[in-house]
Design a protein around this ligand. Structure first.
Ligand code: GRG
Length: 300
């Protein structure tokens, strides 16, 4: 049985992932311990939507996987995402005081502690990935491929590179091709990796990995366009983070380039392309289709 709604899948992903994150937080409170350990536990304990873990889970199942050990892979992706949020909120980047309805890590602790906590989370994510892979009985070659994929998506060719371009673009106007490049790397790369990792963990056919990667690539861009729209239209209470930051920071977004209606159309177009990628690859997953719809319609 697979969940028949996005909410059901997100709840399941949250329960599976949060148990792992909480166990990790307990370990980190002991080592490195102290203020760094507390900051790590604080960041890992914040309540996100768990979209990336849900995508790992749904992709794993679409590729035929059935083990609960997939939670380790989902948690690894969520830890990388959490690090990115901690660093994104720092004064040298988006300088935000609120995240997931709570003070950001550097506000609750201090900038140096939050910066260290972010860096520590990257190898912690790889440890979690290795543990999950062992529970799934994956061999070292597959683990190496999965770790390489996760780190490449997080690095200069993916998330870090996209964030860098995004910061450099503040106050400048961009065309759509520059914008899609930023969105694909800053946000899309990790979402694409979540889908690819789910497929790789199921040790299915390579064609399945390619199809789920193509789905993730489209849904990743759709996710960031929806984020642009929410920043312009939702409230701080709905978002749990400061609304309207993009305009304040003079960021080029889909909304500033195409307007709200144009941005909404692009988000839907990418979500439909994600569905077409599944169909083209012969992957029948209602859950992934439902998630694609959720990603463009969500209110937080
Ligand atoms: C060194 C230049 C440099 C970068 C470091 C900070 C960083 C790496 C990257 C930033 C990546 C980032 C925060 C992209 C935005 C992604 C995004 C839309 C986040 C919001 O995700 P949700 O809505 O949040 O899933 P929750 O809280 O629900 O998990």
């Amino acid at each position: 049985m697979t969940p028949d709604s996005a909410e059901a899948l997100l709840t399941e992903a949250r329960e599976l992932t949060d148990a792992r994150l909480s166990a990790r937080a307990d370990l980190l409170r002991r080592f490195p311990g102290g203020r760094d350990g507390e900051a790590l536990a604080y960041a890992l304990g914040t309540a996100g939507k768990r979209v990336r873990p849900a995508l790992v889970l749904a992709s794993y199942r679409a590729a035929g996987g059935r083990s609960p050990g997939i939670a380790g892979i989902a948690a690894a992706v969520e830890i990388v995402h959490t690090y990115s949020l901690v660093h994104d909120d720092l004064p040298c980047m988006d300088d935000d005081a609120q995240r997931r309805g709570r003070p950001t890590t550097h506000v609750a602790f201090d900038v140096a502690t939050a910066t260290r906590a972010g860096f520590i989370m990257v190898p912690v994510a790889v440890e979690e990935l290795a543990r999950g892979a062992a529970e799934l009985g994956l061999d070292d070659e597959r683990l190496g491929r999965m770790a390489g994929l996760l780190l490449e998506a997080s690095g200069i060719r993916g998330m870090v590179g996209g964030q860098w371009l995004d910061l450099e673009a503040e106050g400048k106007s961009l065309d759509l091709s520059q914008l899609v490049e930023i969105h694909r790397r800053k946000t899309g790369a990790l979402i694409e990796a979540a889908c690819a990792l789910g497929a790789l963990a199921a040790v299915g056919q390579e064609a399945m990995v390619a199809t789920l990667t193509a789905y993730g690539r489209e849904i990743g861009v759709a996710f960031q366009i929806a984020d642009d729209l929410l920043d312009a239209t939702a409230t701080t209470e709905e978002l749990g983070k400061t609304a309207g930051r993009d305009a304040t920071m003079e960021k080029a977004t889909y909304v500033s380039v195409l307007g709200q209606d144009g941005a909404r159309r692009e988000a839907i177009r990418h979500a439909q392309a994600a569905g077409s990628a599944l169909m083209g690859g012969g992957v029948a997953s209602d859950t992934l289709l439902v998630l694609a719809g959720y990603i463009v319609q969500r209110r937080s």
